[in-house]
Design a protein around this ligand. Structure first.
Ligand code: TUI
Length: 317
């Protein structure tokens, strides 16, 4: 089965799927597994220092000769240094999140890096196209982690209509039905995060994985809506405490900040499923088993082919 789009051509990959740049989660293990399976694996720079990211890049290269990428979280204090590291290491693809990468794009393009900002509105997409981005990921608020306002269903076609560069869809995509739907909305590829939390090669704490497997349809919530940093995560003691604080008039920002500091690391590394931030998308409710990344990708695209060919039957009578 072949799913050739402008994205597979641009990224030189077999399947039009990129792995989400999940902070603290996306290390060289999962990145190389996804790349070896024919998708585009990503290392998340998150808030890690530049040398850590450089080391991760070198480790991916030991495990795969396929294309891979680095996701740069632009709120990181090290973002500028990491922007330089990806140049020095000749990383094939850069995705960015949580900010405007405009000032780095000319340098990356000059070095031949493929640049794909993750964005959550039409105006950001247009700005990124003008700044020289090769593609954008339109990320709806079904996604885990830091999110925008619009749903994937509303956001994707509006971005597809507004730009000429190819668009990938993210947020709410966990199986072949989601990929087929993304194609129907005009996307030429998908970015998948949450499903890869349940990959065998994903080195998060077992408690975090179990929380994803146990999560139901309404099992996620959004913290930080009142602080300007909305983050979707699995409901636990931390999420409930933050949401409760936000409902009170004059919520204590410092107190919230204190609870959130280090909470993602606590979930990923220490397995603190009560006071850790278990970032995950709304599709966590669909994820019920741990599988190798290769099996996940092959299963997703086999299902995409099946539902797409089945859809033609709708036209027959
Ligand atoms: O970046 C993400 N998802 C993330 S980043 C992250 S690490 C973090 N941890 C705690 C608090 C905040 C972040 C966890 N998940 N997704 C991509 C994304 N980017 N979604 C929305 C945006 C975005 C937001 C504002 C992109 C651009 C932007 O502003 C750009 C501008 O126009 O200035």
């Amino acid at each position: 089965m072949s799913f050739q789009t402008r994205i597979t051509k641009l990224l030189k990959v077999q399947y039009p799927i990129i792995q989400g740049g999940m902070a603290w989660v996306a290390d060289y293990h999962i990145a190389s597994a996804v790349s070896n399976a024919g998708g585009l694996g990503l290392i998340a720079a998150a808030s890690a220092p530049a040398d850590f990211v450089r080391d991760q890049i070198r480790k991916v290269r030991e495990l795969t000769d396929k294309p891979f990428g680095v996701n740069i979280m632009l709120m990181s204090p090290y973002a500028a240094e990491i922007a330089q590291v990806v140049l020095e290491e000749r990383v094939p693809v850069v995705t960015t999140g949580a900010g405007n990468p405009g000032k780095y794009i000319p340098g990356w393009k000059e070095a031949g890096i493929t640049v794909i900002p993750v964005i959550a509105s039409v105006s950001q997409a247009i700005r990124m196209e003008r700044a020289g981005a090769d593609a954008v990921v339109a990320e709806g608020c079904e996604a885990g982690g830091h999110i925008g306002e619009l749903t994937t269903m509303a956001l994707t076609p509006q971005i597809v209509d507004a730009v000429s560069i190819p668009v990938l869809t993210a947020g709410g995509v966990a199986d072949g039905r989601g990929i087929a739907a993304a194609f129907m909305l005009g996307a030429e590829g998908v970015q998948v995060g949450t499903r890869f939390l349940a990959a065998e090669e994903c080195n998060i704490h077992a408690n975090y994985k179990q929380a994803v497997l146990d999560c139901k349809d309404i099992g996620t919530t959004v913290t930080g809506r009142t602080t300007g940093s909305p983050v979707r995560c699995i409901k636990n003691k931390l999420a409930r405490e933050i949401v409760a604080m936000e409902k009170k008039a004059g919520a204590d920002q410092d107190e919230m900040e204190k609870l959130l500091t280090g909470s993602l690391r606590a979930a990923v590394v220490d397995g603190d499923d009560k006071m850790g931030s278990l970032m995950a998308g709304q599709v966590a409710g669909m994820i019920n088993k741990i599988q190798p990344a290769k099996e996940i990708i092959e299963e997703m695209f086999a299902e995409t082919a099946k539902v797409l060919s089945g859809a033609a039957g709708l036209l027959k009578n």
